[in-house]
Every structure is written in structure tokens, then in C-alpha cells.
Design a protein around this ligand. Structure first.
Ligand SMILES: [Zn+2]
Length: 69
């Protein structure tokens, strides 16, 4: 088995381990409709818009619904 010729520096080792946090970062972009941050290729969680249309109708509690309970 080939072995590493020299020990890597602490700096080089730590820099390699430091890269792991990038793996779970998700690209977020501003929604063109409401400006909230959203994931790409997914309807906006705050307004339900996707590609300029309402893709998901958000259920919002109105005062009437709360009064009917
Ligand atoms: Zn939005």
C-alpha cells in the first residue's frame, strides 16, 4: 500500500474537514413575487407562486373561519 510521504499540516487537515458544511447548504433565491427566500424548482412557501402563477393555494385562516368555530 502506498503511504503518504509527508504528514499534512494541521491547517491543511482542518481546511479539508471544514469543507463538509458546504454539503448541506441549499441554494436559496428570492421569490420574484413576494421576495421571500425559496428553494429552486419549488413553489414559494410563503405565497405559493411558481413560474409566475399560483401553483399552490395557501390556506389562510380568515376571520370568518375563526368565527364559525
Ligand atoms: Zn413568494
Amino acid at each position: 500500500m502506498p503511504n503518504p510521504k509527508r504528514k499534512h499540516t494541521r491547517s491543511r487537515r482542518d481546511l479539508r474537514r471544514y469543507q463538509a458544511w458546504k454539503l448541506d447548504l441549499v441554494n436559496l433565491s428570492a421569490c420574484p413575487n413576494c421576495g421571500a427566500l425559496k428553494k429552486p424548482h419549488i413553489a414559494c412557501p410563503s405565497c405559493g407562486y411558481y413560474k409566475g402563477k399560483v401553483a399552490v393555494v395557501k390556506k389562510e385562516k380568515t376571520k370568518k373561519q375563526e368565527e364559525n368555530k
